[in-house]
Design a protein around this ligand. Sequence first.
Ligand code: NCD
Ligand code: ZN
Ligand code: ZN
Length: 423
Amino acid sequence: MPKLIIKGGRVLDPSQGIDEEIDLCIDKGVIKRLEKDILEPEAEIIDAQGLIVAPGFIDIHAHLREPGQEYKEDIESGCRSAVAGGYTTLVCMPNTEPPIDKPWVARYIESRACSVGLCKVLPAGTITEGRKGKKLADLWALKEAGCVAFTDDGSPLMDSSLMKKALELSAQMEVPIMNHCEDDRLAVGSINEGEVSSLLGLSTRPPEAEDLLNARDCILAYYTGGHVHIQHLTTELGVEIVREFKAKGAKITCEVNPNHLLLTEEEVIGAGANARVNPPLRRKRDREKLIEALADGTIDCVATDHAPHHPSEKGLVDRAMPGMIGLQTALPILLELVREGRISLMRALELLTLKPAQIIGIDRGSLKPGSAADITIFDADRRWTLNEETNLSKSRNTPLWGRELVGRVIYTIKDGRIVYKLH
Ligand code: NCD
Ligand code: ZN
Ligand code: ZN
């Protein structure tokens, strides 16, 4: 592999507080130096004038559907979509068929991702066997097989006693327990409970369903010392719960999904089933609070919850499978908040790089010399549309389909190798 020099870009690295026009030299897959006007006659050059150079993005919540549901997505198509969105590392969710509740499934995923060779894929194991919520999976064996987190995502873990045990183990293992927080006796329907559900006569998932489980998990983290990670936070009260228990010293981290930062419950009126997701799109005031919490640090990171489904599963709202694709639209959504002055560009990038790396405890998300050369180069002003030509996922379930977006990835570099280049 020849040396690679990224020239003339605006380098932004939250891990070092750098925001400067500077060159970056990569050798043997590792970042060698950041300096003005690097000259290396033999090196390959990437001209990054007018572009932003950042650490490769890290998504700690993606559904890749392999094994078992390859008609929606597979590891290869998911990784193609990921690198086009600027991601170099993904944590894939265990609601596959079979689920990631045995070491061999985790190993299979890592080896498939390795042979695809685009993006690092780290599996999340289930908390309970078969995601059934009855008996803990062998978390030690799953950790040994490469799992970096545990979650029954797709379903909440309702049993408080099992959640407590999992968090006690988490404290010993130093691995986060993630939960999809929605009480399944209350969240039985399809969209947020409120004006839109009444107007359309649709079944509901009320915000208190989410707040109850979120509060329970924060309380259990407080007592056990385990690390709980709240997945896809959506409510106003949820932000306050997390803030309160973090202040008490509990080990809590939480993520927000870009779609909840952009869209609200009204979206269902126009987009129908493509606007259905769990937890659902909420009210404007919830969205507002989430954006505030992004800025003030209550929310730790942005994770896509990329959840591909086949068009045949996205018919009537009340019968549709929940979820939206999101790997290629996260950056433009965050850049919109930057343009509106709601968060700084540095903070947006921290939410996509350093913070998610810290949550799962991996040595990535930095451009410090000596780090693995995982780098995303993007044009913050480039206009484009997610459509048949640009979408690299096998699925197309998002209300953003056909909408103009601003901000596009031009190059993605993984361990010093160009894994995506916009043509
Ligand atoms: C996810 C899926 O489709 O797997 N759907 C969703 O609405 N978010 C499951 C999940 O994240 O809970
Ligand atoms: Zn979930
Ligand atoms: Zn999910």
